[in-house]
Design a protein around this ligand. Structure first.
Ligand code: C2E
Ligand code: CA
Ligand code: CA
Length: 915
């Protein structure tokens, strides 16, 4: 639309005129033709000028010429010569009479406008002098050049005051009422169409009369020197007479009419609108062709209109409108395309930048390498990776950095193999300063401007390798001790037995004694410290070729290829490596180890079997208290039994298969006070009587211990009440797990039981081992204080084998110490422990505590303890643990025995004093 508007604007502002003229001219030129014309031009040509006397000629010549022409039959004679001034009167008279002779309308003389004076704008009509114009018809010969300086049209009549004066062409064509609009001269009429006679010939009568018979004759100057030349299109200049002839011929042919603005606008609009969608779709070539075609067609139509319908249609506007419409479309499309192109280029640049960035910032080294192995280019990462010292890498052989790539065996030529399928190769690389490091290498072949190159992407995988090693290490090692773990041990055993199936080997399973207590009471951090120390001792004990592993919380294992003697020796060494105490948080701790041994190949071919059998042996060592045990197939049922017991404990509680036995404790001074210690038994229909040492550990491990404690309290208090109803009550000591000291709700439960049976709290003593106070002592002390507040007493059990710190005991709200039976049992024949027992008694008394000795198996020990001023005694010599119903009977017997003893003692004293 903009194109259309522009075209119309140009058209309406007449700026298209030159184009239109050019179009008209082209059309005229293309259709120039000679036509039959009734006009004869008598030329005042150079020849005539030369032949006749000097110019201006005497007017008698013209009179003679008119006479000759008219007498030859000319229809009319138009003498296009300026007669506006008087010449020689005789000559004027000659012409006047010639004109008179010619008769009306036969001779025509010119009139024209000229400026009043030179430079003035006022025009004066210049006419032939009076005497001449009387007998001749006047015709105007005004010629006004158009905007391009050329004469294209002639006015057919004088406007305004000079009405009645018609143009020569109108007069010659007897056009009485020509329109005001000027006549468009049809330049397609060739000037050759007019018969021309030379003036001199006419004057001399040298012309055939037939040439002028019935014709209209125009006499005028054609000689250039006479200056009557008019600038015209196509022919540059034409003599005025010829122009008049052309105008006259144009009228004869049919006057040309201008189509005017309306049709031009209409055609422009219609074409512009119709073509807009066409141009939008057509490719530019077709668009151009269409535009050209329409332009040519327009020109053709213009010519056609002129030639056939005598209509002048200014096609320039149409051609311009079409061309501009097309051009605008093309520009718009070009614009779009160039925009798109611009975008694409921008995208491309971005991509390029991105790639440059990626390559530049890549942590991987990216290199291009010539086929001879020399480095062509590289990114900064490559420089970093290989060139730790200065100097460019360019031009150097890649073999300097990745020897495998250009080695003698694997020359650059065999890269084909390495390029296969973009495989990643794990290789070793060197940096310039000689460091070696592992890399991943991926290569691909590229072609740049006909040159084959290799791109190599090299990734430093040191960190990954390191991590892999660490992971592998972590997967096969124990984090606490840095020793191998179970997985490692298993695969190591398999490996060794596969590699040397005939070598003798052994697996030693080591289980730490007391570690559980340490963990429970001192906390895991202390336990961990001890385990670390133990691991170090073990590690320094085993021979170099042996493998030490930590396979569980407190379980270690050693695998070695050796003979049995060496293996047993090692077991003993491992045992004794723990003799020295361990120190953690300022406390000296002891740990023991139970060792189970399984021999290869005797006790199993697979690592699994060896582990299983060493485990059985270890468990047996633990139970028997032996330092080590060699696997014996006969032992195997013990582990089975252990598993079965663990499974049965729950139902044992529910089905009331647990029973309490009571073991009396007596006062050594003979005082008549009885107390009993409650000891649990498990009566199983399948296994018979099971002792607490065997199942208490299982209860602690399976968390049934809490329930078991409640069950025991309930049982013991109920028993206490039933004794009470029969006779005088014995005080009752109940063993409780060290764990209850960490249970802040325990004292409340205790109150509930005391309330339930309405028992005097002072009759109840709870026995706990001293490690109950070791982990979280604050909480343990709180619980102890609460128990104490209730009136329930506390005794420290197994004193002497644990931490045995008196400094510590001092602050505990306890009443009793029970010296562990291991100090007591052998006292009658071994005096090594006497000092310890005596010291414990003295110190305990110093703290106001009562002392109980357990494990009194003989009278001599009993007497010994009596001498040591021990307060109470308990042991098989006094009584084994008994079912509750036997306690009262036993008590009577004991009192009787005491009395007998007392009598015997008195007798002895008497006998002694008698002697
Ligand atoms: P303990 O508290 O040290 O109990 C004394 C252990 O020594 C008892 O073993 C008893 O039968 C045994 N004994 C007593 N006099 C002698 C003697 O003269 N010579 C020898 N060699 N041994 C003697 P028992 O009944 O097998 O109990 C073992 C351990 O089981 C107890 O050691 C105690 O720690 C635990 N225990 C027993 N009953 C219970 C219970 O109801 N609850 C808790 N938490 N633990 C219990
Ligand atoms: Ca006890
Ligand atoms: Ca004990």
């Amino acid at each position: 639309m903009a194109a259309l508007a522009l075209a119309l604007l140009l058209y309406l502002s007449s700026l298209l005129l030159p184009l239109d003229y050019a179009l008209r001219d082209a059309g005229a030129w293309l259709t120039t033709a000679t036509i039959d014309s009734d006009i004869v031009i008598v030329e005042i040509d150079a020849r005539s000028l030369a032949e006749l006397s000097s110019w201006p000629w005497p007017r008698g010549y013209h009179a003679q010429a008119i006479d000759r022409l008219l007498s030859a039959g000319a229809k009319r004679v138009f003498v296009d010569i300026d007669f506006s001034s008087v010449s020689h009167p005789a000559e004027d008279a000659k012409l006047e009479s010639a004109l008179r002779r010619a008769g009306p309308r036969k001779a025509i003389l010119p009139a024209f406008h000229r400026p009043a004076s030179s430079g003035s704008r006022e025009l004066l009509l210049s006419r032939p002098i009076e005497r001449l114009r009387r007998f001749a018809e006047l015709a105007s010969v005004n010629v006004w050049p158009g905007p391009d300086g050329l004469v294209r049209e002639l006015p057919m009549r004088e406007p305004g005051g000079q009405a009645g004066l018609r143009a020569a062409a109108a007069v010659l064509n007897d056009w009485r009422h020509p329109p005001l609009a000027p006549l468009l001269i049809d330049f397609s009429i060739s000037p050759e169409s007019f018969v021309r006679l030379s003036y001199a010939d006419v004057l001399a009568g040298r012309f055939p009369p037939v040439a002028v018979d019935g014709k209209q004759v125009i006499v005028g100057a054609t000689a250039v020197e006479l200056g009557d030349m008019v600038p015209v299109p196509l022919y540059r200049t034409l003599p005025g007479a010829v122009l008049q002839a052309l105008a006259s011929a144009s009228i004869k042919r049919g006057p040309l009419a201008a189509a005017g603005v309306g049709p031009v606008l209409t055609v422009c609009l219609l074409l512009g609108i119709a073509l807009t969608p066409v141009f939008r779709k057509l490719p530019w070539r077709w668009g151009s062709a269409t535009t050209l075609l329409i332009s040519v067609l327009t020109m053709a139509v213009c010519v056609y209109l002129v030639q056939v319908h005598r209509l002048v249609f200014d096609g320039a506007a149409v051609i311009l409108a079409v061309s501009l419409t097309y051009l605008f479309h093309l520009l718009a499309r070009l614009d779009q395309q160039s925009m798109r192109l611009w975008w694409q280029r921008l995208e491309l640049r971005k991509k390029e930048e991105l790639i440059t960035n990626i390559v530049g910032n890549s942590l991987d080294a990216i290199l291009t390498i010539n086929m001879d192995g020399s480095i062509e280019s590289m990114n900064p990462a490559a420089e970093q990776m290989f060139r730790r010292t200065s100097g460019s890498l360019i031009g150097r052989s890649i073999g300097n950095f990745i020897p495998h790539m250009v080695s003698e065996k694997n020359g650059a030529a065999s890269w084909n193999e390495m390029l296969l399928h973009g495989q990643v190769h794990e290789l070793t690389a060197n940096s310039d300063n000689g460091d070696t490091f592992p890399v991943d290498l991926a290569m691909s072949r590229i072609e740049v401007e006909g040159t084959q190159l290799i791109t190599a992407i090299v990734r430093d995988i040191s960190v990954r390798k390191e991590q892999e090693t660490q992971l592998r290490y972590k997967a096969t090692h124990d984090s606490l001790t840095d020793l191998a773990n179970r997985d490692f041990l298993v695969s190591h055993i398999s490996e060794c037995t596969t590699n040397a199936p005939n070598a003798n080997a052994a697996l030693l399973m080591l289980d730490l004694v007391q570690l559980k207590e340490i963990n429970d009471t001192l906390g895991h951090d202390v336990g961990d410290l001890i385990i670390k120390q133990i691991a170090r001792r073990f590690a320094s004990t085993i021979p170099e070729h042996a493998t030490l592993a930590r396979i569980g919380g407190d379980e270690f294992a050693v695998f070695l290829q050796a003979d049995k003697y060496t293996v047993l020796e090692l077991a003993r060494c491992l045992q004794s490596s723990l003799q020295q105490p361990f120190y953690a948080k300022g406390i000296a701790l002891r740990a023991g180890v139970s060792i189970g041994l399984a021999y290869y190949p005797e006790h199993g071919h697979s690592s699994q079997l060896l582990l299983q059998h060493a485990d059985v042996a270890m468990y047996m060592a633990k139970r028997s208290g032996a330092p080590y045990q060699i696997y014996d197939p006969a032992l195997d049922h013990h582990t089975v039994r252990r598993l079965q017991l663990a499974g049965k404990l729950r139902s044992a509680i529910d089905e009331n298969r647990l029973v309490m036995y009571y073991q009396p404790t007596v006062r050594v001074d003979g005082t008549d006070v009885l107390s009993v210690e409650a000891l649990m038994r498990w009566e199983d229909p399948e296994f018979g009587l099971i002792m607490p040492d065997e199942f208490m550990e299982l209860a602690e491990k399976s968390d049934l211990i809490g329930e078991l404690t409640d069950w025991t309290l309930d049982r013991c208090l109920a028993q206490y009440v039933s004794w009470n109803s029969e006779t005088r009550e014995p005080a009752i000591a109940i063993n409780v797990s060290a764990r209850i000291m960490q249970d802040s709700a325990f004292s409340e439960r205790l109150i509930r039981f005391l309330d339930k049976y309405d028992v005097d709290p002072r009759a109840i003593t709870l026995e706990i081992t001293e490690n109950a106070f070791m982990s979280d002592p604050r909480r343990a002390l709180e619980t102890a204080a609460k128990i104490n507040q209730l009136g329930v007493r506390l005794a420290i059990d197994d004193f002497g084998i644990g931490y045995s710190s008196f400094a510590y005991l001092k602050n505990l709200p306890i009443h009793k110490l029970k010296i562990d039976k291991s100090f007591i049992i052998g006292m009658d024949h071994d005096t090594t422990n006497d000092f310890i027992v005596e010291a414990i008694i003295t110190l305990a008394h110093g703290l106001g505590l009562e002392v109980v000795a357990e494990g009194v198996e003989s009278e001599s020990v009993y007497q010994h303890l009596k001498r040591m001023r021990c307060d109470q005694a308990q042991g098989f010599w006094i009584s084994r643990p008994l079912r509750p119903e036997y306690i009262i009977a036993w008590w009577r017997k004991w009192q009787k025995r005491q009395r007998t003893l007392a009598v015997r003692a008195v007798d002895n004293i008497r006998a002694g004093s008698a002697r």
